[in-house]
Design a binder for this molecule. Structure first.
Ligand code: EPZ
Length: 432
């Protein structure tokens, strides 16, 4: 397994191009299953999760073409997806266990084929993450759902029916699945307590460009008037707000100055406000967001994770790394996932002073310096938090289990090296 070696203490300055959003791209790919025409997605990030989703779609009968492309002079990928005919309706265990977002085929397959066999993803490192909200919604739309041998078997006679659905709590994934199921349903679906994340807006824009009739974008009540058929479309994936927020912390934790090219300020309001309260200058520019921490003292601040537009759980670990070297203390409260402090013991091995209370809150008291160490994390965002700690630490940090990072951070070492970091990937074969 590859590792990442960092020699900390370098101030990071320059610009970083923000790639297309992984968590937008994954449901967009699955939306292509809703038509027999071609759906083309541009500004796609080059990530292992995208490759995994592409493999799953190929297994369902989708023909995929990949093209090298450029966005604002930066190399990206464009993929075109065409599912003239579904050759399978199954998302087998081997796909789902590698990537739980495979569950985004649930809505599209029920809508297009009236049938689905989906392996249940089970829990993961950050929480139990059940699928009950997705499944209850499909039942409300007329699907018969049966769970056997670790699989969800879903079936509907004729078309799904429009329904009035009220989520018991906000779920990004279930909102996407309801949208993709309801666009081809018979009648009108009203979804209350829907997630408002920008990635949902991106999905709605693609679906509407494909001929769907969805209103309420950006609000918690979505109305979907079912249509009989959707057609192909071309769509540019939105920039990744979590990648942008992660590199904003890289600037802050090293006392540097980085312009985040293509980052969208309206998708990052809460985390950028927190950064400002912590003493960092943050300003929108013509090309994105400028984060300037040069000659600034970082001050402790409390953080609570919430659904959008609140502070994203996917930036909690990275901001905790920043708090470890802040002046004073900050309380971090995680309200979305029940087990998302797995980075804490690793940060403590680097000298951080953190006290966890139960599962949901942690007090971080800033220390003068972290010291480099070999570390490992159990999920994508926690792994990036350790990279950040390594950038700020004295000495050498080795981050193990780099495959987590490859799922969601495109060209991470290149991007950080481009702003002055001393970072390299050690390939497994190179290890002594
Ligand atoms: C999405 O996961 C993201 N994944 C996650 O990003 C992100 O952390 C999360 O939304 C919250 O923003 C993708 O977009 C692929 P949820 P999702 O359904 O959709 C509970 C990353 O690092 N819940 O909004 O799975 C659930 O357990 C990843 O990129 C149920 O109880 O999250 C959680 O506590 C990690 N029943 C809460 O709701 C359900 O049926 C929110 O989960 C569904 C969810």
């Amino acid at each position: 397994m590859d590792k990442i070696k960092i020699r900390g203490g370098k101030q990071l300055n320059g610009e970083i191009f923000i790639s297309g959003a992984k968590n937008a791209a994954l449901p967009l790919i699955c939306a292509s299953l809703l038509t027999d025409e071609t759906v083309t997605l541009t500004n796609m990030p080059i990530l292992s999760d995208i490759k995994s989703m592409n493999l799953l779609l190929e297994q369902l009968g989708t023909k995929i073409d990949a093209f090298d492309d450029f966005v604002d002079g930066h190399p990206t990928k464009t993929y075109s997806y065409r599912t003239q005919e579904l050759t399978s309706i199954a998302a087998p265990y081997d796909y789902v266990r590698k990537m739980r977002a495979s569950y985004y085929v649930l809505g599209p397959l029920l809508a297009r084929a009236g049938k689905v066999e989906l392996s249940l993803p089970g829990g993961c490192a950050i929480g139990t993450r059940p699928m009950d909200i997705h499944l209850a919604a499909m039942e409300e739309m007329g699907a018969k759902i049966d769970i056997r041998n670790g699989y969800v078997y879903g079936e509907v006679e004729g078309r799904l029916k429009g329904a009035h659905i009220v989520f018991r709590n906000v779920s990004v994934g279930a909102t996407c699945n309801v949208l993709m199921a309801a666009v081809l349903a018979d009648g009108i679906t009203v979804l209350e307590n829907a997630a408002k994340e920008p990635e949902i807006g991106d999905l709605i824009n693609l679906l509407n460009d494909m001929g769907a009739k969805i209103s309420g974008i950006g609000t918690s009540i979505l109305t979907i008037e079912g249509v009989e058929k959707l057609h192909g479309a071309r769509h540019k994936v939105i920039p990744d707000r979590i990648e942008a927020g992660s590199y904003a912390v890289a600037a802050a934790i090293t006392g540097g100055k980085i312009e985040l090219i293509n980052a969208q300020p309206n998708t990052l309001k809460t985390p950028m406000q927190i950064l400002q309260k912590m003493g960092v200058d943050v300003s929108p520019t013509e090309r994105g967001i400028l984060v300037d921490a040069s000659n600034k003292k970082i001050i402790g601040e409390d953080i609570i994770t919430e659904p959008f537009p609140g502070f994203p759980t996917d930036l909690q670990a990275q901001f905790m790394s920043l708090l470890t070297v802040a002046e004073g203390a900050g309380m971090v409260t995680e309200t979305i996932f029940e087990n998302r402090f797995m980075h804490v013991p690793e940060l403590m091995r680097m000298g951080a002073n953190i006290n966890v209370h139960g599962h949901a809150s942690a007090i971080v008291r800033g220390v003068k310096k972290l010291s480099g160490a070999p570390v490992m994390a159990t999920d994508l965002r926690a792994s990036f938090a350790l990279v950040l700690a390594g950038l700020a630490a004295e000495g050498e940090t080795i981050v193990n289990r780099v495959y987590h990072l490859d799922r969601g951070y495109e060209k991470l070492e290149d991007k950080l090296r481009g702003v002055g970091a001393d970072i390299e990937r050690i390939k497994e074969a190179e290890e002594e």
